[in-house]
Design a protein around this ligand. Structure first.
Ligand SMILES: Cc1cc2nc3c(=O)[nH]c(=O)nc-3n(C[C@H](O)[C@H](O)[C@H](O)COP(=O)(O)OP(=O)(O)OC[C@H]3O[C@@H](n4cnc5c(N)ncnc54)[C@H](O)[C@@H]3O)c2cc1C
Length: 401
């Protein structure tokens, strides 16, 4: 005899969300809050750590600053979502299962893949062996320990993108006894308007950061960085912030990925090869009218919310809607009391408006601190998560797939 309970289990939709970063947590809270009264949907969030990693603050961790401990299970309380702490070791896209810690298997009907991305340590010789990274909270803590014990010496920050700039500034401010050298192909703030870029440059100078742009690192050795062309830059510590690498799990599972290993999505954020898989955040290659989105928290959170809303629509038998997003700012901290906030067009090109100094530092801090209260609000009122800039005419043209 088939009981109602058994029938209920048979029809339960199992949604598994991989990665509790900015995108995965947004997806989990949005979805669980919307389906919490339904017994037919089970939401499971999987993450390596029980505490949320505030990637936006890892340069602070790397300079010994203590951050708040943000508990993921506590945040999920009341939503009905289940939290599984573990390392995802494989995805079987045919069997629709996820392997955790190489020990047990979690089946899914719908998968949300949000495992993020890290700096690419594989392309330049010596980086894996001799450079520090901000790829995880633990990596940042290891660097903090090294810097605290260094005394005097030179720290080379490789990569003049936003993470490199923020890290060089933070290290120079917290460790004035150290020489800090920022190396990169492009000048810092290359994508900003000329005045914002000039401010950024003078702030780095004020902090004593030596900027070397137009250079490429060929090799990292225990006490030196070798540049293409043969020049050697002495370095007691090298922090590597360059390039982006994602988990190889998606490609290994046979999901369609781009040249960086990110899951290629359709307009609604579903994998083009496996429509039961949604990809969000830095792990996804999401095309908009202006091009493929680059990894940010400002874009990552909306992708998670949108994936959740699409899953809810699909559960109701409706078609998911296309995802649209336009950038609106590039906030860059320059230590704890200074920053530059470049406001942008939806395609990320700079507007004339920008903020600097303490006002910009306060703006940056407000933005950095905003995800946790945003999720708290979303738990009570899911619709509050659905407001983000859609990009206007910049995102109206979609590439057909
Ligand atoms: C120092 C620094 C400053 C930054 N500043 C800004 C900024 O000012 N503004 C901005 O928009 N962006 C900024 N970024 C970029 C931003 O942090 C990322 O774009 C954002 O974190 C992407 O979110 P995500 O959810 O895709 O991935 P993540 O936040 O990286 O989350 C991925 C999660 O998946 C987990 N995970 C990964 N692999 C596995 C596995 N195999 N098994 C289990 N769990 C796994 C990770 O532990 C992590 O919890 C900054 C990044 C850094 C490093």
């Amino acid at each position: 005899m088939s009981t109602q309970h058994e029938a209920g289990i048979a029809t339960t939709r199992r949604v598994v969300i991989l990665g509790a970063g900015y995108a995965g947590l947004s997806a989990a809270i949005q979805l669980a809050s919307r389906v919490r009264r339904s017994e037919n949907v089970q939401v499971t969030l999987v993450n390596a750590q029980e505490h949320f990693t505030e990637r936006l603050r890892l340069h602070m961790t790397a300079t010994g600053q203590r951050l708040a401990e943000l508990s993921i299970p506590e945040l999920l309380e009341g939503t009905g979502a289940r939290f599984v702490r573990g390392w995802v070791t494989a995805v079987d896209a045919d069997a629709k299962t996820v392997r955790i810690d190489d020990e047990y298997v979690l089946p899914y009907d719908t998968l949300v893949y949000g495992l993020g991305g890290v700096a690419d340590t594989a392309t330049v010789q010596g980086v894996e062996d001799h450079a520090y990274t901000l790829n995880s909270a633990q990596d940042a803590e290891v660097l903090a320990d090294r810097l605290a014990r260094l005394g005097r010496g030179t720290v080379v920050v490789a990569g003049s993108g936003l993470t490199g700039i923020e890290s060089a500034a933070e290290i120079a401010e917290r460790h004035p006894e150290l020489n800090v050298v920022l190396l990169g192909r492009r000048e810092p703030g290359a994508a900003m308007n000329p005045k914002a870029k000039a401010y950024l440059r003078s702030a780095l100078e004020r902090l004593g950061v030596q900027v070397r742009s137009g250079v490429e690192v060929a090799k990292v050795l225990p006490d030196t960085v070798e540049l293409t062309g043969g020049e050697s830059v002495p370095a007691d510590v090298v922090l590597w912030t360059s390039g982006t690498r994602v988990s190889p799990l998606a490609a290994a599972a046979g999901l369609a990925v781009d040249e960086h290993g990110r899951i290629v999505t359709d307009a609604t954020l579903r994998s083009v090869s496996h429509p039961e898989v949604y990809a969000v955040g830095d792990a996804a290659a999401i095309r908009q009218g202006y091009g493929v989105m680059h990894g940010t928290c400002q874009g990552g959170m909306p992708t998670g919310v949108h994936a959740a809303m699409s899953i809810v629509r699909a559960l109701k038998g409706k078609q998911p809607k296309p995802f649209r997003f336009g950038y609106y700012h590039t906030p860059v901290s320059l230590g704890r009391h200074d920053a530059v906030v470049q406001f942008t067009h939806p395609d990320d090109s700079p507007r004339r408006v920008y903020l600097t100094g303490r006002v910009a530092a306060r703006y940056k801090e407000t933005v950095t601190a905003s995800p946790w209260p945003t999720w708290g609000r979303m738990k009570k009122m899911p619709a509050s998560g659905a407001f983000w800039p859609r990009g206007g005419r910049f995102t109206q043209v979609r590439v057909a797939r």
